[in-house]
Design a protein around this ligand. Structure first.
Ligand code: GLU
Length: 605
């Protein structure tokens, strides 16, 4: 994308908005029990994640000479132990990697796939002829489980970019699973949020509800079964997961969910077979790329909608001169409007490119973005949902599209790594909602995902995200690497379902346009406009900006989902490299209990 002549912000607003200097309401700094500190500055490599044990394990890899890919896989496997409701070998994700030697950004699509035997009506309850209730029925089922891609992603990342074996990389998380970690409030609350679902599956209850309750804060949670599973994989490689006894057990539990007899959950069975597991492959594909304010922004191409949506919104925003102070209110208004359009277009056009013709190039083109910016009134909120853009990018044309309900939720986890050579990894991984399908593989210590709920629930042959055998459901995960003059400037990503896209976008906007430091950009309160009339926003955002945005007709509404009581949007993990090579690792100071950012050396060596 080229930098177009800015269409300047509307002139009449400056004085009225003078009060609007943007501040992060939570300051970055030493954080809660869960984190070891949410901001770190220094050299020699950095790791940022939501968990102190995971970041520590990743940093140790860097300290001992491993590169960013080695550290990312080690951190991810530790997250599978310490964040078992968000990540692990039962799930999938997207890995974006910058190789400092070749100056190339590459990606791995490790998304879960639908089994070959899935039918278009898989989410319809045969008893009623209507779709299963989304929660707790559909989300707690075998039919929602996709063929996991996480282990294949780790294997591929190490083989393509890493320097270490899978066995060596898994060793610290095997030890973590064996020795355990100290339960914090976040882990206990996540368990309690899932208590009814976990109790419905005896194998899950045994693991995560010992004695019938969520583990108490301050106690040690050990998972020897997971340690044993990871040890087997370390010895035998990914085949120990995708073939043989474990694959048979996964297929069996998906096809025959084992329920507590007293549970009323229907737990519909899935069709996954050992052949589906044996056939799983990650996909290599080009990253998405847009230029924004002279930076090159690389993201994840479909099957995730992350790269195209963040990219399109940035291209739209490049039409405007954004900033803090007097420009702040209008900048936020335009951020919301750009997001709405990016969501309209992902809904209309993005699905698994192996099954639908996704116009990725067009969605990332400046011409298309300009035709979308053309539909934005710089002073007034549009009537939402807005229609999708016409792909020929002609003027202000729009295409007719009916917006589907947003069924994603707020789970997942993200890690960012930069090493001393300048390589970088942005890796977002998930088992879909917090607690995944609530089904563990008996005796194996890990939860299976419920990623297939990311397909549209009702089959529509015109919908790019319609359910199909072997297809990958559309994701919002947005691992992002930003380069300046060919070297890494920012590594950004977040959990949060569909809010991932707006969180990544808002962090970039905060940092690049609104004058915040990276820790401030991460800590700042968030709003997530996903093409709905009102914009869900964190309470601090509403408090700070409601009055500023009201004159534009923007309506804010408290964020939160049906699964948890938390109103927070995202729990990001980021890194910045300045022009002298100094690293700033910035994880969340508060959200999800606070994250952990570490650097190898606090001073230059
Ligand atoms: N299923 C979501 C996605 O792929 C991730 C899970 C979540 O964050 O809720 O975008």
């Amino acid at each position: 994308m080229s930098i177009s002549t800015p269409r300047r912000l509307g002139v009449g607003l400056a004085a009225a908005l003078a009060a609007g200097s943007l501040v992060a309401t939570s300051t970055a700094g030493p954080s809660s029990a869960k984190g070891s500190g949410s901001t770190a500055h220094g050299y020699g490599g950095a790791v940022s994640s939501v968990d102190a044990n995971a970041s520590r394990i990743g940093l140790e890899v860097l300290r001992k000479g491993g590169n960013a890919a080695d550290a990312a896989v080690a951190t991810a496997s530790a997250l599978g132990v310490a964040e078992p409701y968000s990540a692990g070998i039962g799930g999938g994700g997207y890995f974006v990697y910058y190789d400092a030697r070749t100056h190339k950004v590459s990606t791995i699509d490790g998304r879960e796939t639908a089994p070959a035997g899935i039918t278009h009506d898989a989410f319809i309850d045969p008893a009623t002829g209507k779709p299963y209730n989304f929660t707790p029925e559909l989300v707690s089922s075998g039919v929602a489980v996709g063929v996991p891609g996480t282990l294949a992603t780790w294997d591929s990342a190490l083989k393509r970019f890493g320097t270490r074996s899978l066995a060596r990389t898994l060793a610290p998380s095997i030890e973590l699973a064996r020795k355990g970690f100290v339960v914090d409030t976040t882990f206990r609350n996540q368990t309690l949020d899932n208590k009814a679902r976990f109790a419905a599956f005896p194998d899950t209850a045994k693991l995560f509800l010992p004695g019938g309750d969520a583990p108490q804060v301050g106690t040690r949670f050990r998972n020897p079964e997971l340690a044993a599973t990871l040890s087997t994989i370390a010895k035998r490689g990914p085949a120990a997961f995708y073939r043989g006894p474990l694959a048979a057990e996964i297929a069996d539990i998906v096809q025959h969910p084992v329920k507590d007899p007293s549970s009323t959950l229907p737990a519909p069975a899935g069709s996954m077979t050992t052949a589906d597991l044996a056939a799983y492959e990650v996909r290599k594909q080009d990253p998405t790329k847009v230029s924004y304010r002279g930076l090159d922004v690389y993201g994840m191409a479909p099957s995730s909608s992350g790269g195209t949506s963040v990219g399109e919104a940035l291209n739209i925003l490049e039409n405007y001169d954004l900033g803090s102070g007097p420009k702040l209110a209008q900048s936020l208004h335009l951020y919301l409007e750009a997001s709405a359009r990016a969501f309209a277009d992902r809904g209309a056009y993005v699905g698994d490119p192996a099954y639908v013709d996704v116009p990725t190039e067009t969605l990332l083109s400046q011409k298309f973005a300009d035709s979308r910016a053309c539909t934005i009134d710089p002073d007034h909120a549009s009537t939402r949902p807005v229609a999708a853009g016409a792909l020929d990018g002609s003027g202000c044309a729009t295409a007719k599209h009916e917006e589907k309900a947003d069924t994603e939720n707020v789970s997942t986890t993200h890690l960012s790594v930069v090493d001393k050579w300048g390589n970088a990894a942005a890796y977002t991984l998930t088992i879909e909602q917090t607690g995944g399908s609530a089904m563990t593989v008996p005796g194996r210590g890990f939860l299976l995902n419920n990623e297939l709920t990311d397909f549209s629930a009702v089959y529509d042959p015109k919908d790019p995200n319609r359910i199909e055998p072997g297809k990958r459901p559309r994701s919002s995960m947005s691992p992002t690497i930003v380069l300046k003059d060919g070297t890494v400037k920012y590594v950004v990503g977040s959990p949060g379902g569909a809010t991932i896209i707006t969180t990544v976008l808002q962090i970039l906007l905060n940092r690049i346009d609104l004058g915040m430091t990276l820790p401030e950009a991460v800590a700042a309160p968030r709003a997530s406009q996903r093409n709905a009339a009102a914009t869900p926003a964190e309470p601090e955002f509403i408090k700070a900006y409601q009055d500023l945005l009201a004159p534009y007709g923007q309506v804010l509404t408290p964020s939160g989902d049906q699964f948890t009581s938390a109103a927070e949007i995202g729990a990001a993990a980021t890194i910045e490299v300045d022009s002298h090579g100094k690293l700033t690792a910035a994880a969340e100071p508060k959200r999800r209990g606070g994250g952990s950012a570490l650097v190898v050396w606090p001073t230059k060596h």
